[in-house]
Design a protein around this ligand. Structure first.
Ligand code: ADP
Ligand code: MG
Length: 395
């Protein structure tokens, strides 16, 4: 069974790389930090063999008295294209999830990378990282410039960058000091565009990362009780690539592609904090974009797996999905990295994140049940032995 699953999954990855199955969903579990270790928080997340995650419910016993929760299992299993534990390096996560996006981008196809997860789960670490251990954004940009250089004798490339946030379903330009809401419109050759947004031509990863820093200072950060510095907005770095063929045919051909890298707002539910008023509305709107994104990706992955090709994709349900309408599904390549913390104290967030990611792309596994639950194993064996004995006696 496990071999079947591995085969099926390796097929997925090959297809992804060949552009046939363009949605990759990965889980990344960060390590417990020093503070969590000192407070003796223990881990409730286990990663098995790079694809299966097991979540252990610390409330299992008390759930038995709860009508809504008593059908939950003590150990829950989820399968993804990849599941990474805390030993995964920044390089490896880049190579396995985002490296293949760029081959499409320099051919004129759009691509999107999302970091999903609760505040503190590791979204920014995954996307931005630290100066000595950069994340997906700068590694992806390095690859883009590398490919541009490799292809510079056939094509002329122009790279333009914009950086925006979606806060309360409003789009704000993070590279402008003007504090106004921007509108979306559709352009026949460029697809969805944000009207009036600042676009800066960049010729190196360093320039782009510098812009990111400038933009982050403009990001809306409001303290909530759940987390002082929690990010309440979705931050979208968009890299537009203009591709002009040097040797021109009968008519000049210019292709455009877009690479979007999104550090999503914290996915913790508004209900978890005592937010009222503005914060409450904000929570609902964050969820509107996250919910709608999940619905769109779910529909797109079902269409790609040919389960239902007539499915409606509800792009119009939120600003985020309207913005990314031309960058998800179809010929586009989409990567979602769902970040979780292993701590027992973030169990509910982790549970929600795994369910969200699993809904976005449902990979079936009903095979490796109870691998970690030794007690259960022993019980099963005891049962088997007992059955054998009974059979024996009956003979
Ligand atoms: P988020 O953006 O989801 O709120 P952060 O990326 O800021 O979370 O991560 C929270 C903290 O955990 C930061 O101090 C970050 O450096 C640390 N962290 C996150 N992921 C990892 C990881 N994989 N390895 C080591 N430290 C991590
Ligand atoms: Mg963050």
């Amino acid at each position: 069974y496990l071999n079947d699953f591995n085969l099926q999954r390796n097929n997925y990855i090959d297809q992804l790389k060949n552009g046939q199955n363009n949605i990759l969903v990965a889980i990344r579990c960060r390590p417990l930090n020093q503070r969590e270790i000192e407070k003796s928080e223990y881990e409730v997340v286990r990663i098995l063999d790079e694809r299966v995650v097991v979540l252990i419910d610390p409330y299992y016993e008390s759930n038995q008295n709860d009508v809504l929760r008593k059908n939950r299992n003590k150990e829950m299993q989820f399968a993804f294209d990849y599941a990474f534990d805390e030993t995964i390096s920044q390089v490896e996560i880049y190579e396995k999830t985002s490296n293949f996006l760029l081959d499409g981008v320099i051919e004129g196809f759009n691509a999107t990378v999302f970091a999903y997860g609760a505040t503190g789960a590791g979204k920014t670490y995954t996307m931005v990282g630290s100066p000595d251990n950069p994340g997906i954004m700068s590694r992806t940009m390095n690859q883009l410039y590398y490919l541009i250089q490799q292809n510079s004798n056939q094509n002329h490339f122009v790279v333009r960058v914009s950086y925006l946030e979606i806060y309360n379903e409003n789009i704000k330009d993070l590279l402008s000091i003007e504090d106004k809401n921007l509108d979306l419109r559709e352009d026949p050759s460029q697809g969805v565009v944000v009207a009036g947004i600042t676009e800066i031509e960049c010729s190196s990863t360093q320039e782009i990362m510098a812009l990111l820093k400038v933009g982050n200072r403009n990001r809306t950060k409001e303290a909530t009780e759940a987390n002082e510095a929690s990010s309440r907005s979705h931050a979208v770095l968009q890299v537009q690539v203009e591709i002009k063929q040097l040797e021109q045919g009968p008519q000049e051909e210019v292709k455009y592609s877009k690479l979007s890298m999104v550090d999503l707002a914290g996915s913790e539910r508004a209900a978890n904090t005592s937010n009222r008023g503005l914060r409450m509305i904000e929570g609902a709107k964050i969820n509107q974009s996250l919910l709608c994104l999940g619905n769109c990706i779910q529909a797109l992955s079902q269409i790609q797996e040919k389960k239902n090709s007539n499915l409606f994709v509800p792009y119009r349900g939120s600003k985020l999905t309207r913005l990314l309408k031309d960058s998800l599904g179809g010929n586009c390549r989409t990567v979602m990295i769902a970040n979780v913390s292993p701590s027992v104290l973030t169990f509910e967030d982790t549970y929600n994140t795994l369910n969200y990611a699993n809904r976005a792309k449902n990979i079936k596994t009903n095979v490796v049940r109870n691998i970690l639950n030794v007690e259960n194993h022993l019980n099963n064996y005891a049962q088997i032995i007992q059955n054998l004995r009974q059979e024996n006696e009956q003979l």
